[in-house]
Design a binder for this molecule. Structure first.
Ligand code: NDP
Length: 498
């Protein structure tokens, strides 16, 4: 059903309960339900199934049964269905955005980008899959060599709470395009829009191709990665849980994709237009409410412009509107939950103890009517590169600022963290920028425009930021395997070998 009319928090229409979505049906969870709350107000929005082993087993069985039929569906038909999914997401986006905004606490206006990226994902893989299966075929001595790609089977996918629909699209689109079936475990804190989308998928996909089981990570998530009949593990989230998923994959010899944390450097050269650079830097550390692994949270600013840049950065931070998530003019809203909010605030205490200088922000703000939420000021911290605040992922709207003067030293500093997901550079000297970009340990590098996402650009991390690539054609390889067949015309005559 397409959403019509103006969507508001009052008419967004959550279901009362969201059980595991298996075989295209909302089912009853074996272990009852848990409340799912509005991140900013604490209001109970709905109840979600507390998925456990039994639910996961039903979901994996459904995905297994659906696999052969889906794998045998022609790539043209799968491509058409992916385009249909993109249409469905496009037609229902206003309602789903509002749901996701209330569920996550992030500012409503941000979801325009989230949904644009999610819709593009399905369209991109609808196109990319058409050429993915062009195997090789060539004559060899007395026969032919053929190569082909085959899907892996049932994919277990676990996603986090920060950007639910982007993550859903990043995981589902390549897996489905390549001919796999899926059991997806969304984050317990933000799964309502995802399961609503799952319901819409049931109208177009064969039963069992996509199954979703909500619940706690330690229950539903753990049961999913431990299930003996899954063929691939794909995870986005913290390094700690990523290690666990990787270990399970290692023990079971399963292919695995991990997209983990980040601590991206955003490098400012002395030749920039300072006002524009400040704008780009501010977007880079505050968008997604600061809750993203790709944010440019380490600002490395050339000594020649450091003082003016930092002064303007603080002025810009003061102008950012903190307010109710569902108000379209809000630019910073609520952190997902108390645990994450306290974690962010605790990092500011750590920064002070380490001797870093909080130049602006660092506090929780009260938004009337939303006292439950953790609204945190945009925070700018002057820090040494080796301090924890400049090394560890904060996952809140905060950036460190550090001076640099020698390019090679700056590159070393930029790379001197455990992560390597993204990086940014700002300069008018493209030659220098490309030289530095080539030396940075990061999977995605944006020059002069942070978050410049382009369909088909591989996305994934160096070092502890993960294993594998998403968002690009390479993701199809993460969800398929190659087979070669050498066909001889005739058996070799007797006496050929002995
Ligand atoms: P987690 O890594 O715990 O959560 C990510 C996903 O994994 C969620 O769906 C979670 O379920 C699930 N999960 C948790 N434990 C297990 C398990 N034992 N087996 C299988 N699945 C599991 O991240 P947090 O939510 O705790 O966030 C902590 C920190 O992680 C953040 O501050 C940030 O630094 C980082 N992070 C990075 C993200 C990224 O995009 N790279 C995204 C989110 C967080 P559930 O939440 O339902 O319990």
């Amino acid at each position: 059903m397409e959403a019509t009319g103006k969507i508001s928090p009052a008419n967004v229409g959550f279901e009362k309960q969201y059980g595991p979505l298996i075989n295209g049906e909302m089912t009853k969870p074996a272990n009852g339900y848990i409340d799912s709350v509005n991140a900013a107000t604490g209001e109970v929005l709905a109840q979600i199934g507390r998925g456990g082993e039994e639910d996961i087993d039903r979901a994996v069985k459904a995905a297994r049964t659906a696999f052969t039929g889906w794998a045998d569906t022609s790539i043209e038909a799968r491509s058409a269905l992916l385009n249909k999914i993109a249409d469905i997401l496009e037609n229902n986006q206003e309602r789903l955005k509002m749901m996701e905004c209330m569920d996550t606490g992030r500012a409503l206006h941000e979801f325009d980008l989230d949904y644009q990226l999610a819709i593009y994902q399905f369209r991109y893989f609808a196109g990319a899959v058409l050429t993915h299966y062009e195997g090789e075929s060539r004559p060899v001595d007395n026969g032919y060599l053929m190569t082909k790609k085959e899907p892996l089977g049932v994919c277990a996918q676990i996603i986090p709470w920060n950007v639910p629909m982007i993550m859903t699209a990043f995981k589902l689109a390549p897996a489905l395009a390549a001919g796999n079936t899926v059991v997806l475990k969304p984050a317990e804190d933000a799964c309502l829009s995802v399961i609503e989308f799952g319901k819409l998928l049931s109208d177009v996909l064969p039963k069992g191709v996509v199954n979703m089981v909500p619940g706690y990570g330690t229950e539903a998530g753990q049961a999913l990665i431990d299930h003996p009949d899954v063929d691939k593990l794909a995870f986005t989230g913290s390094v700690g849980v990523g290690r666990l998923v990787g270990k399970t994959a290692g023990e079971r010899i399963l292919p695995v994709t991990l997209e983990l944390g980040g601590k991206a450097p955003h490098i400012v050269f002395p030749d920039v237009d300072i006002d524009s650079a400040v704008e780009n830097a501010t977007l880079g550390y505050t968008f997604f409410n600061g809750e993203s692994c790709i944010l440019g949270t380490r600002l490395l600013v050339h000594d020649d412009i450091y003082d003016e840049f930092v002064e303007k950065l603080i002025e810009r931070a003061k102008q950012i509107k903190i307010g109710p998530p569902t108000d379209r003019s809000t630019r910073l809203a609520s952190i997902i939950n108390e645990k994450q909010g306290e974690r962010v605030l605790n990092y500011f205490d750590i920064a002070k103890e380490e001797g870093a200088n909080i130049l602006y922000g660092g506090n929780r703000v009260t938004v009337p009517g939303h006292e439950h939420g953790y609204f945190i000021e945009p925070t700018i911290i002057e820090a040494e590169p080796n301090m924890r605040i400049a090394q560890e992922e904060i996952f809140g709207p905060a950036a460190t600022v550090t001076r640099w003067s020698e390019v090679e030293e700056m590159i070393q500093e930029a790379n001197d963290v455990e992560y390597g997901l993204a990086a940014g550079l700002m300069t008018e000297d493209l030659e220098s920028a490309l030289d530095v970009a080539n030396k940075l340990d990061a999977g995605s590098i944006w020059i002069n425009s942070y978050f410049n996402f382009q369909s088909g650009a591989p996305f994934g991390g160096y070092k502890n930021s993960g294993v594998g690539r998403e968002y690009s054609k390479e993701a199809l390889d993460e969800y398929s395997q190659s087979k070669s067949i050498v066909a001889g015309f005739k058996l070799p005559p007797p006496g050929t070998f002995l």
